[in-house]
Design a protein around this ligand. Structure first.
Ligand code: DAH
Length: 332
């Protein structure tokens, strides 16, 4: 016993020798156990107990030393870590094509002096509809059905980014030149969008003597920067918050199958709605319509993303398949 206690193996090899020497199949403990047979019967009990204590001692010592040596091994593995070695590369993800497209649009308008404004996605009836000259029961509301907050009357998910116009005008006086990107919602089951959420960018410019020519030139510059100098056309349209109103198309042509499909065979792709801000909207938001005039426009992002990256199907944008999204890793 004293012999076991005196042992101090300090390496894995020495520990293994210790195990073989005392606990192995030819080890001391085993041999002494076998010797039990030769011990006279009346001493067997005492001998047996002694042997058990001895075996226990050897096993305990073995376990204790093993734990200690394992801990030492782990520690030295850690200290051998080369902290100056380059780290494993971490996947950092990539921007979504919709975000990239939105940033590009914002960038182009920033260069023309527009600054970014923001508004809530859970909007009230006033900003989303009434201030924008779409009072309750106005038929134009049917074009933009949405989701209402059940417990809070007159609160809804905004159907467009136009309410940001009202919020900005209520809070400051012209000159105003803002761009408002963000998420919008519509309750549309039969829609090419195939889901109820999409993205828009709104623009608003209010000052003295702003004319339709300013609107057209601004949008032409945007179309050239964004799509590389295609022709544009403005078609008369209707929006409750602008008068006159127009929709802008860009010319893609029909020479490729993709363009044929995207433009439904016409060669023209509709990009946005726009117009001169209706004087009633200015008055609703506390701006003197006899002194100031302005233009506004609103555009969907998804369709532009499809065009920009030549994506054939809008649903790909929201399936969250990383194999698809990874392709845009280098885009900003
Ligand atoms: N809010 C309109 C929509 O979602 C788009 C729009 C049209 C915005 C004309 C405007 C505008 O600011 O002047 O369909």
């Amino acid at each position: 016993m004293a012999e076991i206690a005196a042992e101090a193996p300090n390496s894995p090899e020495a520990l293994e020798s210790f195990r073989i020497k005392y606990l192995g199949s030819k080890g001391t403990v085993k041999a002494l156990m076998e010797a039990l047979r030769q011990v006279p019967n009346e001493q067997k009990r005492e001998y047996g107990q002694l042997m058990n204590t001895l075996k226990q001692l050897a096993e305990d010592k073995y376990q204790a030393l093993k734990t200690e040596l394992d801990a030492q091994a782990e520690l030295s593995a850690a200290t051998q870590l080369d902290l100056s070695a380059p780290a494993e590369p971490l996947p950092i993800g990539s921007r979504h094509p919709v975000a990239v497209t939105m940033n590009r649009i914002v960038d182009i308008f920033s260069r023309m002096g527009f600054s970014v404004a923001d508004g809530p996605e859970i909007e009230d009836d006033w900003h989303n509809f009434s201030a924008m000259n779409t009072p309750e029961d106005h038929p134009a509301r049917d074009m933009q059905d949405t989701f209402y907050i059940v417990d809070v009357p007159k609160m809804l998910l905004r159907t467009h980014t136009s309410p940001v116009q009202a919020r900005v005008m209520e809070n400051r006086q012209p000159p105003i030149r803002i761009i408002a990107p963000g998420r919008v919602y519509r309750n549309e089951t039969i829609s090419t969008r195939s889901h109820c959420q999409f993205h828009q960018v709104e623009g608003l410019y209010i000052d003295e003597n702003v004319s339709f020519a300013d609107l057209k030139q601004t949008l032409l510059y945007f179309a050239q920067e964004m799509f590389g100098a295609p022709r544009i056309r403005l078609r008369p349209s209707f929006f409750p918050f602008t008068e006159p109103s127009a929709e802008m198309d860009i010319w893609l042509g029909t020479d490729t199958e993709k363009n044929y499909r995207l433009t439904k065979g016409t060669g023209w792709l509709e990009i946005l709605g726009c117009g001169m801000v209706d004087p009633q909207v200015l008055e609703n938001c506390g701006i003197d319509s006899t002194r100031y005039s302005g233009f506004a426009f609103g555009m969907g992002i998804e369709r532009q993303a499809l065009r920009l990256y030549e994506i054939g199907d809008i649903r790909l944008l929201f399936e969250n398949d990383v194999r698809f999204l990874r392709q845009f890793a280098s885009a900003m």
